[in-house]
Ligand binder design. Structure first.
Ligand SMILES: Cc1cc2nc3c(=O)[nH]c(=O)nc-3n(C[C@H](O)[C@H](O)[C@H](O)COP(=O)(O)OP(=O)(O)OC[C@H]3O[C@@H](n4cnc5c(N)ncnc54)[C@H](O)[C@@H]3O)c2cc1C
Length: 462
């Protein structure tokens, strides 16, 4: 049983607070309820204290304080995690949102980023230099959690996952020490953090390889949900063999409203969201087979890279109710797409949806043991999200999401992308790391034998 902050002596807390440059926020403080919010409005955790760190020294002091007082300790980057793993009840939350900086080095196209940045800040800083780092598809997602879990997005087929572009990281370990990890320093830790999540320490800065991406050809094509089986079969035979420059994830969704034209509103669709790193003419040639399938709506054109990265931000503001389920898949067989048709036709609320992200091109050419991300041979990272602004819809979106997942799970590869899991227990964590779990567990045993960093997709120390 862990100690709690409310059991600590006031003098112990005062001494800790005075050692920081950042501030602490406790339940008695104004702003506590605002500070304990995360992106998913369904999460309602009550930490004993939040430490708003502003530098590495604050992070080291917080780790030492948490360990010495035997507190449950959570680490918050962007706060986007579906299961609310950036927070804990009763214990200490180490908030990294004050650790923000982005420095672009054009001599070798690398980017240094603070442990508390979100991706929109990185895109904004790299874009004037015509550079981009592969990341996810919503700009408010944290660099920390997304990177440490893997990072799937529009550039995955061309440049790999986010972890495939990680060159170096600075970390505070469970014993309070500070290390730099890279392919030449602390290699075991460098391997573990490229997919193994926040299990091994707190990353205070990342160094990424960026790539020349200024504008992309992007946007959605939509077909009525009744055509799901035909479109999915076509897509499965198409997407993995096209040049890496072309990415497209397939989805079932409802078009909720503006900015889409009115005739689409409230209807269910099977859609593909494209992103091509090349010219419009090349895209038109490559994607012609998709346009020949007569989408009811196609809005694909040239845009700055930060625009495709923020395309869906307006639809997905913080504070909505979210319920997640996920798996990897190898096939989009007729039986699988029949389930997508069935559950896609029953989407319960306008923002609920299912996405299948292709794992091919550069993302699939990294060995299954080169990083902890074990499913390099899967064809899709799938995720189903029940979403609503209304807390009264919580049961409805949860039930739909679970039923959809249960129908598909027998066809899955067994595990899920760890960043798409909620708090689902050890069996799911192990299935997600497959053959890499044992190696992760040994590294965890070496660097965090007491499992101080346990509020995550937890790898047990061995
Ligand atoms: C709307 C939305 C869209 C998304 N889209 C994508 C997508 O396109 N591609 C994709 O790959 N994922 C996507 N995700 C999933 C996302 O990668 C995870 O939710 C991820 O955990 C978010 O990271 P965060 O830092 O914002 O989260 P947090 O909740 O702050 O943290 C998540 C976990 O990471 C740990 N952590 C965070 N920062 C650090 C750090 N600096 N050092 C050590 N540990 C840290 C935390 O302790 C926690 O265990 C999306 C999520 C949402 C909500």
């Amino acid at each position: 049983m862990k100690n709690t902050v409310k059991n600590l002596d006031a003098s112990v807390i005062e001494a800790f607070a005075s050692s920081l440059r950042g501030t602490i926020i406790r339940p008695i403080d104004a702003g506590y309820d605002e500070a304990r919010k995360v992106y998913n409005g369904m999460i309602d955790k009550h930490p004993g204290m939040l430490v708003m760190c502003v530098d590495v020294a604050d992070v080291m002091a917080s780790v030492n304080f948490g360990r010495e007082n035997d507190l449950l300790l959570a680490v918050r980057g962007g706060g986007h995690n579906g299961g609310g793993l950036g927070l804990c009840d009763e214990g200490l939350v180490i908030d990294l949102s004050g650790l923000k900086f982005v420095r672009v080095d054009t001599s070798d196209n690398t980017v240094r980023v603070g442990g508390g940045n979100v991706w929109g800040e990185v895109d904004h800083a790299t874009h004037p230099f015509g550079l981009a780092v592969p990341a996810g598809i919503i700009s408010t997602t944290g660099v920390g959690g997304l990177t440490l879990g893997g990072g799937v997005g529009h550039l995955s087929r061309k440049y790999g996952l986010t972890i495939d572009n990680l060159l170096e990281a600075d970390m505070v370990l469970a014993d309070g020490s500070f290390v730099t990890v890279s392919k030449d320093q602390n290699e075991d830790l460098f391997w573990a953090i490229r997919g193994g999540g926040g299990n091994f320490g707190i990353v205070t800065s990342f160094k990424f390889q960026a790539h020349p991406v200024k504008t992309v050809i992007g946007g959605p094509t939509l077909w009525p949900i009744e055509r799901t089986e035909e479109i999915m079969e076509w897509y499965h035979n198409f997407i993995h063999d096209v040049p890496d420059e072309l990415n497209g994830f397939i989805a079932t969704m409802i078009i909720p409203g503006a900015p889409f034209p009115e005739f689409l509103h409230g209807n269910q669709y099977c859609g593909i969201v494209w992103c091509y790193t090349g010219s419009q003419e090349e895209f038109d040639k490559l994607a012609k087979p998709a346009m020949d399938l007569d989408p009811v709506f196609a809005f694909v054109g040239e845009m700055p890279y930060p625009s495709i990265q923020t395309l869906f931000d307006g639809l997905m503001p913080p504070g909505l109710q979210w319920y997640w389920r996920a798996d990897f898949f190898n096939e989009l067989s007729p039986a699988v797409s029949a389930e997508h048709l069935k559950f896609g036709s029953q989407i319960p609320t306008p923002l609920s949806q299912m996405h299948l992200y292709p794992i091919s091109g550069a993302a699939s050419r990294v060995g299954a043991e080169d990083t902890p991300w074990a499913y390099r041979d899967a064809k899709y990272a799938g995720v189903i999200v029940g979403v609503s602004p209304d807390a009264g819809d919580a049961d409805k979106i949860t039930e739909w999401c679970k039923d959809y997942w249960e129908a598909l799970h027998p066809y899955s590869s067994g595990g899920a992308y760890s960043n798409f899991l909620m708090d689902e227990g050890q069996e799911r964590v192990q299935a997600s790391y497959k053959h890499n779990y044992e190696r992760l567990s040994k590294i965890k045993g070496k660097y965090d034998p007491q499992n101080l960093f346990s509020v995550n997709q937890n790898i047990k120390p061995s």
